[in-house]
Write a protein that binds this ligand. Structure first.
Ligand code: FES
Length: 530
């Protein structure tokens, strides 16, 4: 006799959208993974290991067992109130849950891009002012994609000009498997590669179709797609095994440009050529190659410094003849990760902090009620507390705040949060120092400093210098250049000769492995101080 397994139904109440969604799952399935595959995204910074305490749901009907990780994350009254970690929950009955109001959605994604800088001018890649009045024209368009670990950004451009007509941004849905590349590699190695690939392919296709629909462009009139991303993101998009990325031999599955057709990964009938920009190494990926190209480092006579401030801080120093590049594990603090009251760049994130006349004030994204601190908020709060002597040069909070933390917007900024930022800024500071020494120049000889990435775009350079994230000597030379990965992808769309330039960058670039450099640990410890 046929025995049909009884499915469990989870009613998910979304307080933000005021919407209920019914999700069906089998006994023994994980709640966080089920929510993610149903596109109900919540914070999941640690990738489901039960350590970040951010994948919060509240059970209002039914029951979810209390786990050890729940006990570590919630007070007794919160547990009694139904609060649980979704990543530790394996429902065995129908339930109704409410998603936490602090959500892993609505990120503000920086898509601003810059044209090749000249010595005197930094102009934006041209954006047309009437993107919605287009008519169908055969093969007249292209799509550039920045495939980031946290977010993705797509730009629809015309051809041959490469002018941006419209953009689409989204959270990288693979975040359910962790905020950083290490968690994703681990998930891939544990049998989740297909799920990871499917998640990102679906999101990219959704973006491509939305851009087409919104601008009345048929998909067959898209001539080509260029994608720039770090090595892990490219592997997870292509479905390549990641087992050599995180361990010896630290080598990609494939070197060089990857060319394919859209039907191979998107399951559509159209065969649009796709080009993936190659990286310099496993650790310095195609997003950085694209960034160096976008900043024009391959054309500069004098050495320029490029810093991409993200979970992995990638740093490059060089000119048209020689480039040194490295990657340093800065951790997720610049994106609000591993900070007790940290959030991504979402509405309500505290992004600016100032302390005047004994009073702390702050600004939030979209001026919404404060929900936490994003990366720039963390940097600015620490720089203000340093200025006021509330944090000392070793990073210790004053005695009066040491146990409970410093209060801000009803939250507490605790000692551990300061340590997280110290680790991140020490990784960058030591990395820059080693590249400058290895290049054999002084800080004064650096001509320009390009600060890339979403975090860097909104960073107050002076406050960043105050905490030692950017060397004092370089603040006057620093320029926030936005999403250079997207900009580099657009350059390849505009000019096919750009392929030679990318190959030139890769040929002239040499990777520096920080952990192999003598004295790195001492330098790192030195940069921990403020
Ligand atoms: S605690 Fe659940 S994802 Fe981190």
């Amino acid at each position: 006799m046929l025995c049909l397994e009884k499915r469990i139904v989870i009613r998910v109440k979304d307080s933000i959208n005021n919407k209920d969604t019914l999700v069906s799952m089998s006994k023994g399935e994980n709640l966080l993974e089920t929510l993610a595959s149903s596109k109900l995204s919540i914070f999941s910074e640690c990738g489901g290991r039960g350590t970040c305490g951010k994948c919060i749901v509240k059970v209002v009907e039914g029951r979810l067992k209390i786990t050890l990780q729940d006990k570590a994350s919630f007070s007794t009254s919160e547990l009694e109130g139904g609060y649980r970690l979704a990543c530790m929950a394996y429902p065995d009955m129908d339930c109704t849950i409410i998603l936490s109001s602090r959500r892993n959605t609505d990120y503000k994604v920086v898509t601003e891009t810059l044209n090749h800088p000249t010595n005197t001018e930094y102009s934006k890649i041209k954006e047309t002012s009437h993107p919605h009045t287009l008519t169908y024209e055969k093969k007249a368009y292209a799509i550039a994609i920045d495939l980031g670990t946290t977010t993705i950004a797509l730009a629809l451009t015309d051809l041959p000009g490469g002018n941006i007509l419209d953009k689409y941004t989204a959270i990288n849905p693979q975040r359910v498997y962790g905020a950083d590349v290490v968690s994703r590699i681990k998930a891939s190695n544990e049998g989740k590669l297909n799920s990871l690939a499917l998640l990102i392919r679906e999101e990219l296709l959704k973006g491509i179709l939305k851009l087409g629909e919104k601008n009345q462009i048929k998909i067959e009139s898209i001539d080509n797609i260029v994608i720039a991303g770090n090595t892990t993101m490219i592997h997870l998009l292509m479905g390549y095994p990641c087992n050599t990325l995180g361990t010896f031999p630290f080598a990609p599955y494939k070197d060089g440009f990857i060319n394919l057709l859209s039907d191979e990964i998107f399951g559509i009938s159209e065969k649009i050529p796709i080009t993936l920009i190659p990286g310099i190494s496993v650790f310095v990926g195609g997003d950085i190659t694209a960034g160096l190209l976008a900043c024009g480092i391959n054309r500069e006579d004098k050495p320029c410094l490029f810093i991409d401030l993200g979970t992995n801080g990638e740093i490059a120093l060089g000119n048209r003849e020689r480039i040194l590049a490295t990657s340093t594990a800065a951790g997720p603090a610049f994106e609000g990760g591993n900070i007790s009251c940290g959030v991504g760049s979402i509405p309500g994130a505290i992004c600016h902090v100032s302390y005047e006349e004994g009073k702390l004030s702050y600004k939030t994204i979209n001026e919404e009620p404060a929900v936490g601190l994003c990366g720039t908020g963390v940097v600015e709060l620490i720089s203000e507390l340093l200025k006021e002597g509330i944090i000392d040069s070793s990073g210790l909070l004053k005695d009066s705040y040491f146990d409970e933390g410093y209060p801000i917007a009803g939250m507490k900024f605790i000692q551990k949060d300061i340590r997280e930022l110290q680790l991140a800024k020490a990784a960058i500071g030591a990395g820059v120092d080693i590249l400058v020494k290895s290049y054999g120049i002084s800080y004064e000889e650096i001509d320009k400093v390009f600060i890339a990435g979403g975090f860097g775009y909104h960073l107050d350079i002076n406050k960043a210098a105050m905490i030692g994230l950017i060397p004092e000597a370089l603040t006057r030379k620093a320029i926030a250049v936005g999403n250079t990965s997207l900009a580099g992808a657009i350059y390849l769309i505009k000019d096919s000769d750009t392929k030679n330039k990318i190959e030139h960058i890769i040929l002239t670039a040499e990777e520096v492995h920080l952990s192999n450099v003598e004295g790195f640990n001492e330098l790192f410890m030195r940069y921990m101080s403020f």
